[in-house]
Design a protein around this ligand. Structure first.
Ligand SMILES: NC(=O)c1ccc[n+]([C@@H]2O[C@H](COP(=O)([O-])OP(=O)(O)OC[C@H]3O[C@@H](n4cnc5c(N)ncnc54)[C@H](O)[C@@H]3O)[C@@H](O)[C@H]2O)c1
Length: 324
């Protein structure tokens, strides 16, 4: 399947990721069929998509009339056959459960066209397992989006053992076309690329917090104002080149022996979770929140975060050609 042949998109699962993925394709100009197992979930997803498009408009990222057109391109269904039969590119965003995804892939393959690309948004499973029973494995690919998917630019396009070069290329081009920032991951490995890097960093962050080296607020401030500040514009490898590799070598030699390298889950996380502190939703995590923190206030915090992300999206990516 080539990019020019892709006319219709389907998204399976309208939860946290699915409705945002659907929004990205709608805003990219494609008709989207959104599927879930319950009508009420689809109704909620539609409300969220409309509200989130409103935030894009508030940030001058989309015109009001384009929102209306995008919403007209959205269809929803609880009928899997209807969801996939006319589709050229299917994104599966169902729960992270291997047998559920295997069954869904098998059903989808029997209902969709022979060339349709089937992409999974799995965070931790492999195509080898999800698509074990698939008949044409060359059209299976992982497209791994990041939350909130309608805003965060990067999508990892991961090549499974049998994924064809054409499937990889088409998935990549399609994501570029809808203004995402796809990256090609040449083979499946646990955590793909981004989550591996993120986990390596937070292991040290959690450890510094546990040792009381600095407060949660100061740790977050330090990261936001230093390499966090740089990273949105230049990646770590370009940063290293600009700083001088001989310096980075010396710093690695001096510091790596002191950096946390345990393969156990971080102590700070284990302790907080065992005490019932799950973060904002339980009123306490690394920070304390108001005990009577309401759902509306939580929604407000997320909306404020999304508005900030959208401002950054506008300045860094939206109007510019993405640099390779
Ligand atoms: N949440 C994240 O931050 C995140 C990030 C990247 C990738 N992912 C991956 O995306 C996928 C979806 O995660 P989520 O956080 O959106 O989950 P979610 O629970 O919010 O949404 C899953 C949706 O799938 C629906 N569903 C249940 N059974 C289904 C079926 N048989 N067919 C189709 N849909 C079905 C559910 O009703 C629900 O609406 C998972 O594979 C997850 O690992 C999640």
């Amino acid at each position: 399947m080539k990019l020019e042949q892709i006319k219709n998109i389907s998204v399976l699962g309208a939860g946290i990721m699915g409705h945002g993925i659907a929004q990205s394709f709608l805003m990219g100009g494609y008709p989207v069929m959104l599927y879930d197992i319950r009508k009420s979930i689809l109704e909620t997803a539609k409300v969220h998509i409309e509200k989130n498009m409103g935030l894009f408009h508030k940030s001058d990222l989309v015109e009001k009339q384009d929102i209306e057109l995008a919403l007209q391109r959205l269809s929803t269904t609880t009928d899997l056959k209807r969801a996939v039969e006319g589709s050229d590119f299917i994104v599966e965003a169902a729960p992270e459960d291997l047998s559920l995804k295997q069954e869904l892939f098998e059903q989808v393959e029997s209902l969709c066209g022979g060339d349709t690309i089937i992409a999974s948004n799995t965070s931790s499973l492999t195509l080898k397992d999800i698509g074990a029973q698939a008949k044409s494995k060359e059209r299976l690919v992982i497209t791994h989006w990041f939350n909130p998917p309608h805003i965060v630019p990067t999508v990892e396009v991961v090549k499974g053992e049998w994924t064809s070069d054409e499937t990889m290329e088409t998935a990549y081009q399609l994501l570029e076309k809808i203004k995402k920032m796809p990256v090609k991951i040449n083979r499946e490995l646990p955590g793909f690329l981004v989550n591996r890097i993120q986990i390596a960093m937070v292991r040290e962050v959690f450890d510094l917090y546990e040792k009381g080296v600095a407060s949660a607020g100061d740790i977050d401030k330090a990261v936001k104002g230093s390499f966090g500040f740089r990273l949105a514009s230049i990646g770590p490898l370009l940063t290293a080149d600009l700083g001088g590799l001989e310096l980075w070598l010396r710093v690695c030699e001096n510091l790596l022996p002191h950096i946390q390298s345990s393969t156990e889950p971080p102590k700070a996380l284990q302790r907080l979770v065992s005490q019932g502190h799950f973060g904002i939703k339980s009123g306490r995590g690394f920070y304390d929140y108001a005990v009577d923190f309401s759902k509306a206030e939580l929604d407000g915090v997320i909306q404020k975060r999304d508005q900030e992300f959208l401002n950054r999206l506008k300045h860094l990516y939206w109007d510019k050609k993405i640099e390779e």
